[in-house]
Design a protein around this ligand. Structure first.
Ligand code: SF4
Ligand code: SF4
Length: 79
């Protein structure tokens, strides 16, 4: 009687996929609607609404922080 058949390998690797969710805060009181963030963000996260920056879609942000660097009024915080 072979014991080998009694041992079964259970190779279930449950990899937890971490989704990097960025959180974007905009200080709209300081925003002058220059649109630099809208142009600079390659993922089209921002849009202007009534000449003020607004987040169109948080989920497409890749956390590159280019918007933070480019905003002349330091309105944007990404973390
Ligand atoms: S961190 Fe990068 S991807 Fe996210 S909103 Fe700013 S520029 Fe766009
Ligand atoms: S770059 Fe800054 S000031 Fe210009 S639209 Fe974006 S948040 Fe407003």
């Amino acid at each position: 009687m072979g014991l080998g058949s009694l041992f079964k390998r259970n190779k279930k690797d449950k990899k937890e996929e971490k989704v990097d969710e960025s959180h974007i805060d905009i200080d709209i009181g300081s925003c002058d609607g220059c649109e630099k963030c809208v142009v600079a963000c390659s993922n089209n996260v921002f849009m202007l609404v009534d000449e003020t920056c607004s987040v169109r879609d948080h989920q497409v942000c890749r956390n590159c922080k280019v918007c933070m660097a480019i905003c002349p009024n330091d309105c944007i915080t990404v973390n």
